[in-house]
Design a protein around this ligand. Structure first.
Ligand code: NDP
Ligand code: HSE
Length: 434
């Protein structure tokens, strides 16, 4: 058999929401993939956990529960869509150590053990591609790794979790309850196997770590990302946002922070925030994702599209598969890890943020002055204040200017202790211009 006729043998690990679509596209588009790569691609086997459930459209003879055996067999390339840390870490290290290139959608693994995987890939001269790990179908990591490699990125901000965006969009547009919206997101295949990964922000934090690592040429792990999920977002928060012409979104924010002495650090965080309705991210609804990148020379770039779901994610996996297979055919390698800058991570307490605080207060003389004094004592400047209602219904809404997050937190704690403050109704960060 000539080299051009010799198939590139692919091991597919996982055949769930994403894996099923990868198998389908690999089979249905076999001829086109051959033409694009220059050699045929052959699905050599599909590893699953249980081989006793119906899988329509998946060739039964390819299924195995022996993932380790499949990786160790005569395959050239491993596609991993199982998810989680183990056994995937061991399986992928075993593939890379044997010089087999890897395509993965596994953000959780990359955000914790990316360094180890890149080192193994470098040592054996294999490729490690992971476009599907962040923002599903959206081509985002390749632009960061390649197209913007000559620029200096200062900020990456976006909506990178489809499940929470689906839930928040439903809650604000239709008044749907939290559980109802989550159930629907799971049914549509957006949610992780354990949806707490989505709603508690772990999924977005893993993606933030990957984005920050690429943007700032620094190894950032998920544990260095400040993380808050959407479980605490209440109907009051959503109503408060509407009153000031804003919407609530779960944001991933990766920033390069330069101090007065010129030293640089990275601040990486995931939390809900109120953004103006006029902000382009405000109109990103359902399971869609969108990411803004701000770079010195390129200026502002926005990437938008389907961030979750079987077929959209499989599109990104197949794109990586074609890139890796082409590298094999042409005898080259894709981009390696770039972590030379090695910037320190900034704590959330030191990171400048802005707050929106809604207080239920007694309508007595001097309340506003007492509250304002506490803000001033903490060096937190107030951007806007609004008092609504009288007597039992009196409420005070305060929007701050930027201040270190720790100062804002202490301010709210102190204000909550005032006798005239009946309840702190809503506290949420705000992002974007007024
Ligand atoms: P699923 O839970 O739908 O599928 C997981 C698959 O892995 C199943 O086929 C399961 O087998 C198999 N599996 C689990 N454990 C093992 C094991 N020990 N050995 C062999 N096979 C195993 O996950 P998804 O398809 O949703 O996600 C896969 C990956 O893609 C994850 O890393 C996820 O974060 C990522 N991703 C998912 C997106 C989405 O929208 N769903 C979007 C972007 C990325 P069985 O079928 O027998 O249970
Ligand atoms: N559960 C993830 C989400 C899948 O909802 O965005 C895509 O990574």
């Amino acid at each position: 058999m000539t080299d051009e006729a010799k198939p590139i043998r692919v091991a597919l690990l996982g055949c769930g929401t994403v894996g099923t679509e990868v198998a389908r596209l690999l089979t249905e588009q076999a001829d086109e993939l051959t033409a694009r790569i220059g050699r045929p691609v052959e699905l050599a086997g599909i590893a699953v956990r249980r081989n006793n459930k119906p899988r329509p459209g998946v060739p039964a003879e390819l299924l195995t529960t022996d993932a380790e055996g499949l990786v160790g067999s005569d395959v050239d390339l491993v596609v991993e869509v199982i998810g989680g840390i183990e056994p995937t870490r061991t399986l992928l290290l075993s593939a890379l150590n044997a010089g087999k290139s890897v395509v993965t959608a596994n953000k959780a693994l990359l955000a914790e053990h990316g360094g180890e995987l890149f080192t193994a890939a470098d040592a054996s001269g294999a490729d490690l591609y992971f476009e599907a790990a962040v923002a599903g179908a959206i081509p985002l990591l390749r632009p960061l790794r390649e197209s913007l490699a000559g620029d200096r990125i200062n900020r990456v901000i976006g909506i990178v979790n489809g499940t929470t965006n689906y839930i928040l969009s439903s809650m604000s547009a239709t008044g749907a309850g939290y559980s109802e919206a989550l159930e629907e997101a799971s049914r549509l295949g957006y949610a992780e196997a354990d949806p707490t990964a989505d709603v508690d922000g772990f999924d977005a934090a893993a993606k933030a770590a990957i984005l920050a690592s690429l943007a700032f040429h620094t190894r950032v792990t998920a544990s260095q990302v400040h993380r808050e999920g959407i479980a605490q977002v209440s109907a009051s928060d959503i109503a408060s946002a509407t009153q000031i012409n804003r919407v609530v979104k779960l944001l991933c924010i990766c920033e390069r922070v330069t101090d007065e002495d010129g030293s640089e650090s990275v601040a990486v965080r995931v939390h809900p925030a109120m953004i103006p309705k006029s902000h382009p991210l405000a109109s990103v609804g359902g399971a869609f994702n969108a990411v803004f990148v701000e770079a010195d020379a390129a200026g502002q770039l926005m990437f938008y599209g389907q961030g979750a779901g079987g077929a959209p994610t499989a599109s990104a996996v197949l794109g990586d598969l074609v890139a890796v297979a082409r590298n094999m055919v042409l005898g080259g390698l894709g981009p390696r890890e770039s972590a030379y800058a090695d910037l320190p991570a900034r704590t959330m307490g030191q990171t400048p943020t802005r707050y929106h605080v809604s207080l239920d207060v007694a309508d007595v003389a001097g309340v506003l002055a007492q509250v304002a004094t506490i803000f001033a004592e903490h060096d937190v400047s107030i951007a806007a204040v609004r008092q609504q209602g009288r007597a039992e219904d009196a409420s005070l809404v305060i929007v701050t200017h930027g201040a270190p997050d720790a100062a804002l937190r202490s301010t709210v704690d102190k204000v909550a202790g005032l006798a005239a403050v009946r309840e702190v109704v809503s506290v949420m960060r705000v992002e974007g211009d007024d």
